[in-house]
Design a protein around this ligand. Structure first.
Ligand SMILES: Nc1ncnc2c1ncn2[C@@H]1O[C@H](COP(=O)(O)OP(=O)(O)OP(=O)(O)O)[C@@H](O)[C@H]1O
Ligand SMILES: [Mg+2]
Length: 263
C-alpha cells in the first residue's frame, strides 16, 4: 500500500486557474522522492495536498490507504493523527514559527498531541541536542537568522517523530554548511525508514536527497517520473521545463553533477 496515492488530481486556487492538472502519483513507504519544476509550476501546491492543507478539486487523494477529505481533516482527532504521521517543513519558515521562544516552539507539537509533561520535556531536549541548537533555546524564533529558523522548523517537526517528512525547498537560503547538515540529516532519516518528499530546483542537491524524481512542466503537469540519475541525464527535458539553460554543464567524472557558470 502506497503512503500517498493521487488519482487524476486537479487543483485551482480561488481565481479558478488550474495549477495542478491530471496528477497521477503514488509514493511508497521509505521512498526518497523529489519534486522538480520551475517557479510557479505547482510544487508547493502538490506538497500542500500531501499535507492535508488543501484538497483536490477533481480526483482523489488517498493517504495510508484512506481517502483524505476536508470533512475528515476538520475532525480534530483525525487531523492530529494525520499531522503526527506527516510532518511539513514550509518553504518560508516565518509562516511556521509563532511561539515566544524556541523551546516553546519545539514543545508545541508534542503538547498538542497530549503527551505527558515529562515526555514533552524529554522529546524537546533530545531534539534540541540532536540538532545542536542548544544556544537558541530561549531565543525568540522571529529574531533568528534564516538558517537558524529553518533548524527550529525542522526541530519542531522531528520532535513528533513523523513517518513522512515533507520539505518544501529545504535548502533555500541556507549556507553551504547548513545545506550539508540538512542533506545529511535527510539521508540519515531516510535510512531509518522515513519517507522523505522534497521539492527543489537545486539540481546539485537533488541526487543526494532523492532516488526518484517527479518533474513538473510549466503548465502544471507531471512530465517525467523516474530514477533521479535517469531524469537528470535528460538534458532536453530539463531545458524544456526550464530547469536548466544552455549555461548549465554537466561535469562528468567519478561523480557527475550539474553546475552553473556565471558567464
Ligand atoms: N494562494 C494562492 N492563490 C492564488 N494562486 C496561487 C496561490 N498560491 C500559489 N498560487 C499560484 O499557483 C501556481 C503554483 O504555485 P506553487 O506555489 O505551487 O508553485 P511552485 O512550483 O512551488 O513555485 P516556486 O518554485 O516559486 O516555489 C502559481 O502560478 C502561483 O502563482
Ligand atoms: Mg514553491
Amino acid at each position: 500500500m502506497p503512503v500517498f496515492d493521487l488519482c487524476n488530481v486537479q487543483y485551482s486556487y480561488l481565481d479558478g486557474f488550474p495549477v495542478l492538472k491530471n496528477i497521477n502519483l503514488k509514493i511508497n513507504r521509505g521512498e526518497k522522492i523529489c519534486i522538480l519544476g520551475a517557479n510557479g509550476s505547482g510544487k508547493s501546491t502538490l506538497l500542500k495536498i500531501l499535507c492535508g492543507l488543501i484538497f483536490p478539486i477533481v480526483g482523489d487523494f488517498t493517504a495510508f490507504g484512506e481517502k483524505i477529505t476536508e470533512e475528515k481533516l476538520e475532525n480534530d482527532n483525525f487531523s492530529k493523527q494525520y499531522h503526527k504521521k506527516v510532518g511539513f517543513i514550509f518553504q518560508d519558515s516565518d509562516v511556521q514559527l509563532f511561539c515566544g521562544s524556541v523551546w516553546d516552539e519545539i514543545a508545541f507539537g508534542p503538547l498538542q498531541l497530549g503527551l505527558s509533561k515529562q515526555e514533552v520535556v524529554k522529546r524537546v531536549e533530545d531534539t534540541i541536542h540532536m540538532l545542536k541548537i542548544d544556544t537558541l533555546r530561549d531565543r525568540a524564533p522571529f529574531r533568528l537568522s534564516g538558517g537558524e529558523k529553518k533548524k527550529v522548523a525542522v526541530a519542531s517537526v522531528l520532535v513528533t517523530n513523523p513517518e513522512v517528512l515533507i520539505l518544501d525547498e529545504p535548502t533555500n537560503g541556507l549556507d553551504p554548511k547548513s545545506q550539508r547538515w540538512l542533506v545529511n540529516l535527510l539521508i540519515q532519516l531516510n535510512k531509518a525508514g522515513k519517507t522523505i518528499v522534497t521539492s527543489t530546483h537545486n539540481l546539485e542537491l537533488v541526487q543526494e536527497i532523492s532516488d526518484r524524481v517527479i518533474v513538473f512542466s510549466e503548465d502544471h503537469q507531471i512530465v517525467a517520473d523516474g530514477p533521479t540519475h535517469q531524469v537528470l541525464d535528460d538534458r532536453d527535458l530539463l531545458i524544456r521545463v526550464n530547469l536548466i539553460d544552455e549555461y548549465y554543464h554537466k561535469h562528468e567524472g567519478e561523480h557527475s553533477h550539474y553546475h552553473i557558470h556565471n558567464y
